[in-house]
Ligand binder design. Structure first.
Ligand code: PLP
Length: 435
């Protein structure tokens, strides 16, 4: 595949941007880092004009399709009348009202600009609400780029996170003050006993359990039946705030997010990606009792760009479509067809695998052991997965070549696109298995 233009742009980039990327996750290496030029509907084009069916979707925000006309037009019209006012607008009230109507556990909401900001604010609010300082997060979960959250995320070295019975929080970056580790407790996902033991021993200093209801950064692994209920019960019993990080699942797996799918309501939920279909917008919201702790002058939340016109017009257009049309149901139906098709092709080729995730953000692990938590990836064949996904990439279908990142679907992935994907996947599997 020709990548002459991409490489020339990338080489310019490395002179003015460290490693030529604006997120470390985008760096693939000196000769293979992708450079893209445009995206429309279900497709994305690289700088050399190669077109791919896109299942990365910017790591999840695109829920309708790239450059979805109804959203782009709403934003274009709205920004003619100003973008930041440092004051409330009726548009943001309307978006908040939509969220409160759509999500069962949200009585009140505040806006932010990124998932990182939303979970950071949720954590501060939980601490202020409980007057406690520590929090539990689960291994493999990613909540954003700030210091408290950067422990034992999906990229953890499995050799150093300790045993399930004695997990060791792995700091994911230099530059985080040593003392921060004192505030973070990392536990294996889906381990009923460990979380119960930890809450019972440390509840007096535990402000929150922060959980991605589905492991959106580890192949979309789902909670075991009863696990989210277990967290809810423990939080109720010990006065701990349950934060569901729905940055990936929100406005994607159902209008009410994972809390609707699994029927467990958090105290605070966080949103970003799907809410804006690619425009930067985020929110955190929840029970009135908890959200009311956010008192001006007492608990900080703010930002020059919070609820700016671009973000609010995009969210308003997205939510209006989700509220009035069966968009997420359609994505789920097509996603299920994709999932069953991938499953069948892998089985027919004799590739041992475990299908994971919900239809709108799904994945598979190559191996034959069930996967319930991050450590179980030890038995996954990383190399074979990467070869298969790179073969698929060369055929014009782009999902992340790392099984941790789910395949994301959008409304523009219609039935014909799913068929095309399955045909190409079959070819890629044949090529991979033959070697
Ligand atoms: C579950 C989850 N929470 C938070 C974030 C951080 O969001 P952002 O990249 O918008 O800061 C991410 C990003 O992928 C995420 O997957």
């Amino acid at each position: 595949m020709n990548r002459d233009k991409a490489q020339a742009i990338f080489e310019r980039a490395t002179k003015v941007i460290p490693y030529g990327v604006n997120s470390n996750f985008r760096y693939w290496g000196p000769d293979e880092t992708p450079v893209m030029s445009k995206a429309e509907g279900p497709y994305i084009w690289d700088a050399d004009g190669n077109r791919y069916v896109d299942y990365r979707l910017g790591w999840g925000p695109i829920i309708l399709g790239h450059s979805y006309p109804a959203v782009v037009e709403r934003v274009a019209e709205a920004i003619k009348h100003g973008t930041v006012f440092a004051a409330t607008t009726e548009l943001e009230v309307q978006v908040a009202e939509r969220i409160v109507r759509m999500v069962p556990g949200v009585d009140m909401v505040r806006f932010a600009n990124s998932g990182t900001e939303a979970t950071m604010h949720a954590l501060r609010l939980a601490r202020a609400h409980t007057n406690r300082e520590k929090f539990i997060k689960f291994e493999g979960q990613y909540h954003g780029m700030y210091d408290y959250a950067l422990f034992s995320t999906a990229g953890s070295n499995l050799g150093v996170i300790g045993s399930r019975r004695n997990p060791l929080p792995q700091q994911m970056s230099s530059g985080i003050p040593r003392g921060i580790r004192e505030y973070v407790i990392t536990l294996p996902f889906n381990d009923f006993e460990m979380v119960e033991k930890t809450v019972k021993e440390q509840w007096w200093d535990l402000a929150a359990i922060m959980v991605e209801p589905v492991l959106g950064n580890v192949a979309g692994i789902e909670p075991e039946p009863g696990f989210l209920e277990h967290l809810r019960t423990l939080c109720d019993e010990y006065g701990v705030v349950l934060i569901m990080d729905e940055v990936k699942t929100g406005f994607r797996v159902a209008n009410g997010g994972a809390q609707e799918v699994y029927g467990v309501l958090p105290d605070i939920a966080t949103y970003a990606k799907g809410l804006g279909n690619g425009f930067p917008v985020a929110a955190f919201g929840g029970k009135k009792e908890v959200m009311s702790t956010l008192v001006p002058g007492q608990v900080s939340h703010g930002g020059t760009y919070t609820a700016n016109t671009v973000s609010m017009a995009a969210a308003d257009a997205v939510l209006e479509l989700l509220e009035t049309q069966p968009i997420l149901e359609t994505i789920a139906r097509r996603g299920q067809r994709l999932k069953s098709g991938l499953d069948e092709i892998l089985s027919d080729a004799g590739v041992p695998h475990i299908m994971t995730g919900l239809p709108a953000m799904q994945g598979f692990i190559i191996g034959d052991r069930p996967v319930k938590e991050l450590r179980d990836l030890k038995y996954h064949n990383d190399g074979l997965y990467e070869t298969l996904l790179m073969n698929l990439f060369e055929l014009g279908v782009w999902a992340e070549a790392d099984a941790r990142e789910p395949w994301f679907l959008c409304y523009d992935h219609d039935d014909a696109i799913i068929d095309e994907t399955l045909n190409k996947f079959e070819d890629a599997v044949k090529k991979t298995v033959k070697g």
